[in-house]
Design a protein around this ligand. Structure first.
Ligand SMILES: Cc1ncc(COP(=O)(O)O)c(C=O)c1O
Length: 396
């Protein structure tokens, strides 16, 4: 027999460092250990609970859902319509929209990337540092990425001039990846004027923005968090928006998301959606239905929607309070770190070396990835002082 040895010939892959960190944290027996590495929201008790509005919607679905038959690669039309209203507001800046449901925000980015990669001359411009998966997603479809420096960790400041220069030098038709709000991993927020400048350059250069919208509502509020994105959408010819419901509905493992395309001709948008549906069909066929049904059940009903908004606001207020305390406490070690208090969303990036990240873990049981990204929601307000006291001496 001529046995194949294909599996053995494959390159060994490194385990995901964040998943390794989770495993190390779980195995650490110290009672006072602190997990600042995890990328999910945590409440005061350290849990990531199912939202009450989600439970109510699940109950409603249990009572009313009559079939689990296939729904098609585009997904659930009610989910797409109600989520669009939530993300873009009623009028969508007067632009036309079309959407397709996806397995989470990652699935949305991947589908968008497939479409962008059809033009082999196109690059996508990415500010660094960025979410660890971005470059992998674009590389997987053979889309060339160009990078520029987005953030100065020492100064805790956006390098807006570097960003605008990169966009000025991008070729017409190039894509530009923009995080809608609550930037992962830096927490840095762009000012109104920054967004205005980005919108003007994107429109003048004929760039195609791809928004990664994973945290809308966890920064300053649903509409506030989308204001910059809407400014850009109003200015450009076409745009793509990858929406994740993982954080804003706490539906992480349900894999719930969508890609929306924005333009001026419904026929062109529908053609592009047809292409996206083709990729979906050839890869996972149809998106998972349960999370989308929950989101639609919440958004179509005024009282369930209000309950969800209230819970989302509570999450945002908790994050803002911890940030304020963390900004004050870190600011005592290094004045620039006071900016952490005014940043948004769950993440901030500390100036700390990978060696010191490891020492901090060994000596104090404080966990974060080597990059120095911390999830502020991993702390309770009353623990901020003691945790920052431990971290302070290790900062660069
Ligand atoms: C910036 C950013 N984009 C997209 C995602 C993907 O989210 P999902 O779990 O919905 O795939 C994440 C998740 O951490 C993220 O931080």
């Amino acid at each position: 027999m001529n046995k194949t040895a294909f599996f053995d010939s494959l390159t060994e892959q490194k385990p995901d460092p964040l998943l390794e960190l989770i495993a190390k944290f779980a195995a650490d027996p110290r009672p006072g250990k602190v997990d600042l590495g995890v990328g999910v929201y945590r409440d005061e008790t350290g849990r990531t609970p199912v939202m009450k509005a989600v439970k109510t919607a699940e109950h409603y679905l249990w009572e009313t859902q009559e079939s689990k038959s296939y729904i098609g690669p585009e997904g659930d039309p009610l989910f797409l319509r109600t989520l669009a209203h939530e993300v873009f507001g009623g009028r969508h800046c007067g632009r036309l929209l079309a959407g397709i449901q996806t397995p989470g925000g990652t699935g949305a980015l991947r589908l968008a990337a497939e479409l962008l990669a059809l033009d082999k001359r196109r690059k996508i411009w990415i500010g660094t540092p960025t979410w660890v998966n971005h470059q992998a997603i674009f590389a997987a479809v053979g889309l060339q990425a160009g990078t520029y420096r987005f953030f100065d960790i020492g100064k805790q400041a956006v390098l807006i001039d570097d960003m605008l220069t990169a966009l000025q030098n991008a070729a017409p038709g190039d894509a530009v990846l923009l995080q809608t709000s609550c930037h992962n991993p830096t927490g840095a927020a762009l000012s109104q004027q920054n967004w205005r400048d980005i919108a003007d350059i994107a429109a003048a250069r004929g760039l195609l923005p791809l928004f990664d919208n994973a945290y809308q509502g966890l920064g300053h509020g649903r509409a506030e968090d989308a204001a910059g994105m809407m400014m850009v959408i109003e200015a450009v010819g076409e745009a793509m928006v990858a929406v994740s419901c993982s954080k804003s509905f706490s539906l992480y493992r349900e894999r719930t998301g969508a890609v929306y395309l924005v333009g001026d001709r419904q026929a062109s948008l529908n053609k592009a959606i047809g292409n996206l549906a083709g990729y979906a069909r050839a890869s996972y066929s149809m998106p998972p239905a349960h999370g989308a049904a929950i989101v639609a059940a919440i958004l179509q009903d005024a009282s369930r929607r209000q309950a969800w908004m209230d819970e989302l606001n509570d999450m945002r207020i908790r994050i803002t309070e911890i940030r304020r305390a963390a900004g004050e406490a870190f600011g005592r070690f290094r004045s620039e770190l006071a900016h952490i208090g005014a940043q948004e969303g769950m993440f901030s990036l500390l100036p700390i070396s990978p060696e010191n990240v490891r020492k901090l873990r060994a000596e104090h049981g404080i966990y974060m990835p080597d990059s120095g990204r911390i999830n502020v929601a991993g702390m309770r307000v009353e623990d901020v002082a003691s945790v920052t006291e431990c971290i302070g001496p290790y900062l660069a």
